[in-house]
Design a binder for this molecule. Structure first.
Ligand code: KIV
Length: 282
């Protein structure tokens, strides 16, 4: 069994040029597979809003939902570095709430770090949570919780002006005390500048290869999430097709009387049926 990584291992990976690979997971069995597959980290992302609950976005996701799913993931992956994702309105209102909600992830779900979205404007929260002794991962670029302000789920940093804003955000997040940064849907040219500029690990999703590691959403790589597929996703399986095939075959078998078969049933013990019949006649 591999030893669970800590922040210094992750930092050493960046410093030695070894890419980190991680994935989202929302439940016990997916977490088990992720740990067995050797993932360096697991994010219990607020993308669970779409992938598990069928919401249109991440806005309705609650703290309690994130905690329940983080607890399940921790049980499935006891030896993996787990990051809990702070949902919308769990850190935006004020710093005290941000610290208390971050703390819930550590106390109740035993995560190793939390992640929150935003650059300079959430630096007071990043600093306060870090000052509380907790590890914080920043998240800039396409930040789904503020997609309304961004005009939708759009790539960021494609103009010089927007790229400068991101570089300033990245620097601010590091200065506020984040141990790492996730950059979403940003051109590789900009990510390279950010990665080379920052000392902390800079990870990417939809951000090309010039980063210290990659994360993808589990439902996307398994081909199970069907509502939409972002450009940056690579599907490594088509579980939607497999799942549908299996369910249709089950429906067909039961309707045709082909399931269950003898090997799927529990017979009475030898000699017990005649006894039962006699008993019922009395
Ligand atoms: O919620 C999530 O799954 C995320 C991804 C962008 C990694 O934050």
């Amino acid at each position: 069994m591999e030893k669970k990584l800590n922040r210094f291992d992750l930092q050493n990976m960046k410093d030695s040029g070894k890419k980190a690979v991680w994935i989202t997971a929302y439940d016990y069995w997916t977490a088990q597979f992720a740990e067995k597959a050797g993932m360096d980290m697991i994010l219990v992302g607020d993308s669970l809003g779409m992938c598990i609950y069928g919401y249109e976005g991440t806005i309705p996701v609650t703290m309690d939902q994130c905690i329940y799913h983080s607890e399940a993931v921790r049980r499935g992956a006891p030896n993996t570095f787990i990051i809990g994702d702070m949902p919308f309105l769990s850190y935006q209102v004020n710093i005290d709430e941000a610290v208390r909600n971050a703390g819930r992830f550590f106390k109740e779900a035993r995560v190793d770090a939390i992640k929150l979205e935003g650059g300079q404007r959430v630096c007071p929260q990043i600093k306060a949570i870090s000052d509380g002794g907790m590890l914080v991962m920043g998240h800039i670029g396409l930040t789904p919780q503020s997609s309304g302000q961004l005009g939708g789920f759009k790539a960021q940093g494609r103009t010089a002006e927007s790229a400068i804003g991101l570089i300033e955000d990245a620097r601010a997040v590091q200065s506020a005390g984040a141990f790492s940064l996730l950059v979403e849907a940003v051109p590789p040219e900009v990510c390279k500048i950010i990665r080379d500029d920052l000392t902390i690990p800079v990870y990417g999703i939809g951000a090309g290869v010039e980063v210290d590691g990659q994360v993808l959403i589990v439902s996307d790589i398994l081909g199970i999430f069907q509502a939409f597929t972002p450009k940056f996703v690579k599907k490594y399986a088509n579980l939607a097709e497999e799942t549908l095939k299996a369910m249709e075959a089950y429906v067909e078998d039961v309707r045709a009387g082909k399931f269950p078969e003898v090997q799927h049933t529990y017979n009475m013990l030898e000699g017990e049926l005649p006894k039962l019949k006699v008993a019922l006649k009395k």
